[in-house]
Ligand binder design. Sequence first.
Ligand SMILES: NC(=O)C1=CN([C@@H]2O[C@H](COP(=O)(O)OP(=O)(O)OC[C@H]3O[C@@H](n4cnc5c(N)ncnc54)[C@H](O)[C@@H]3O)[C@@H](O)[C@H]2O)C=CC1
Ligand SMILES: Cc1ncc(C(=O)O)c(C(=O)O)c1O
Length: 309
Amino acid sequence: MIRRIAIIGLGTMGPGMAARLARGGLQVTAYDVAPAAIERARTMLGTAEGVLDSLGVAPSSAGAGTVRFTDDIGDAVADADLVIENVPENISVKAEVYRMIDGLISSDTIVASDTSGIPITKLQAHISHPERMVGMHWSNPPHIIPMIEVIGGEKTAPQTVATIRELIRSIGLLPVVVKKDVPGFVENRVFYALLREAVDLVERGVIEPEDLDTCVSWGIGYKIAVIGPMALLDMAGLDIYKSVSSFLNADLSNRDDVAPMVLERTNASKFGIKSGEGMFSYTPEQTKALQADRARKLVAVRRILEGRE
Ligand SMILES: NC(=O)C1=CN([C@@H]2O[C@H](COP(=O)(O)OP(=O)(O)OC[C@H]3O[C@@H](n4cnc5c(N)ncnc54)[C@H](O)[C@@H]3O)[C@@H](O)[C@H]2O)C=CC1
Ligand SMILES: Cc1ncc(C(=O)O)c(C(=O)O)c1O
């Protein structure tokens, strides 16, 4: 039974996860190597709790859990039933965290990674109890998006996958078990196929970035929240899909490296909202307003999709 959870890494994802897990009645300790990240996370935690209130996510019947911040990794993982590693998407950074916690956790502590797509089999090579390591891939913003992928690597015990799936279900979220440890799992394989084509179309001047977003959000994006791709195939007709894919698939982007448009920006430290500029530009005031507006709309859409409005 999982009651105490340590979150390692409090950047974009950690604070929202901490808020959601605590709302589910769990005792969370939250650690980051950077003191500034811990300070930022305190504010982000408060914002996420407000969003959970507006989503109507009630505390568990046993009451809400707690979030305690710490700057000591040993303190964070001591007594944890589950450690969620949430540091940058880089195998050596993640492996260093596993090495650090290896001697600090008990042999029955589960270690989960929120990796966006590094195969779990690669990550579990860096830990003493690989049978207790599992992928637990949340989607951003983690306190709003209810689906979480659960992925076992070659050495993950089936019981570890089952325990994490049950934990997710027990706090009212939606676990999806990915049956094969493929890079990117399922969500990001599908999403990155879309992103590759979107970036390519903008880069080739087929469409302006703002218009690309309008096309995708109000075209496929809007309906895909209600009708998933497999069901859409049936709605459109497999005969139509057969005809279109017979000429279109061969014309879609198949680039296997990072697009120049993305490299130019990342080389200039233009990472998006976190640096004030990426595909678009953002002042701090615009960022605040945008995040509040997006949270409000995501909350409203989720309430409707769940049949609550
Ligand atoms: N940003 C996103 O939309 C999503 C990210 N992910 C995955 O979640 C993981 C974390 O991503 P983000 O939160 O976006 O990263 P981020 O870069 O925003 O935050 C990472 C945090 O880890 C901290 N950190 C670095 N080394 C550390 C160490 N040795 N010990 C403790 N803390 C350390 C950093 O100080 C930073 O605060 C990555 O694997 C990413 O691929 C998963 C779903 C969505
Ligand atoms: C661009 C991008 N990459 C990865 C992820 C992820 O799920 O890991 C996300 C996300 O929104 O969650 C993302 O936007």
